[in-house]
Design a protein around this ligand. Structure first.
Ligand SMILES: NC(=O)c1ccc[n+]([C@@H]2O[C@H](COP(=O)([O-])OP(=O)(O)OC[C@H]3O[C@@H](n4cnc5c(N)ncnc54)[C@H](OP(=O)(O)O)[C@@H]3O)[C@@H](O)[C@H]2O)c1
Length: 251
């Protein structure tokens, strides 16, 4: 399950840290020229340097994904570095807490702008090129809360439900042209170093106890699922929702 992706190009949004960074590492390791993106130029430069040190290809394009224009500009700049984008990973996301009555319009817009509007206009900008070339892949990073709903993060969970609907619409629209659109739904994912730091936190213990895997996920485990969906190993996989959540969706 690890067909090389040599010669392909990818834009991974939100790849300056966390899950996105792991996705960039895994794709670069499989031979993809990765465009690392995010707001933080320092972490972006570090990601590029580390990928190159490991023998991979990467460049950084800074973006604050808050509007259609920012998404279009990122798409153009990414394309100007690699010539074309074969794989789009819509990973950048914000997930602030907030029940409905506590959610300001500003917070609501911030969540929807980054989690829904940016993927929407990145697809609008980049997928027509994939269609013209007769192939490509989009992987949307969703969440286990999209289906379950999270009343304490209601803007967030509803934004991921919207993204899931877009995954279905895009799979139907673009699949016949050879562009596969799929989704990975992570459960609670915590980098290894952070897991050690919260080992004694009772809320962390409760979160772990609530899932069949009895542990947090690691960014790399999500990245492997994204790489699978982006590769020809998943050539017959369209419009899928791959839960990588330690069983949270059935708990
Ligand atoms: N961790 C989890 O438990 C979990 C569970 C389910 C789903 N997810 C989803 O997985 C994705 C990644 O989450 P994560 O845990 O890796 O989060 P993270 O460590 O906070 O990383 C989020 C990434 O998104 C980027 N980002 C945030 N706002 C942005 C903006 N306005 N414009 C451009 N980039 C922006 C950040 O880059 P900069 O800081 O450089 O801007 C960062 O690279 C998200 O879509 C999240 O909803 C995470």
């Amino acid at each position: 399950m690890s067909t090389p992706l040599n010669g392909k190009t990818a834009l991974v949004t939100g790849s300056t840290s966390g899950i996105g960074r792991a996705i960039a590492d895994v794709l670069a390791n499989r031979g993809v020229h990765v465009i690392v993106s995010g707001r933080n130029t320092e972490r972006g430069a570090r990601a590029v340097a580390e990928i190159r040190e490991a023998g991979g290809k990467a460049d950084f394009v800074q973006a604050d994904l808050t509007s259609a224009d920012s998404a279009r500009t990122l798409a153009e700049q990414a394309r100007s570095v690699t010539g074309q984008i074969d794989i789009l990973v819509n990973n950048a996301g914000v997930f602030p807490e907030g029940a409905t009555a506590d959610t300001t319009e500003e917070l609501f817009d911030a969540v929807y702008n980054t989690n829904v509007k940016a993927p929407f206009f990145l697809v609008a900008e980049l997928v027509p090129g994939m269609v013209e070339r007769g192939g490509g892949a989009v992987v949307n990073v969703s969440s286990f809360v999209a289906d379950k709903a999270a009343p304490d993060r209601v803007a967030y969970s509803s934004s991921k439900a919207a993204l899931n609907n877009l995954t279905k619409a895009w799979a139907k629209q673009y699949g016949p042209s050879g562009v596969r659109v799929n989704s990975v739904a992570p459960g609670a994912v915590v980098p290894e170093e952070v897991q050690a730091a919260i080992a004694d936190d009772p809320r962390a213990a409760a979160a772990v106890d609530a899932v069949p895997a009895r542990r947090f996920g690691l960014p790399r485990e999500i990245a492997e699922a994204v790489a699978y969906l982006a590769s020809d190993d998943a050539a017959f996989v369209h419009g899928a929702f791959l839960n990588v959540d330690g069983g949270a969706s059935v708990a």
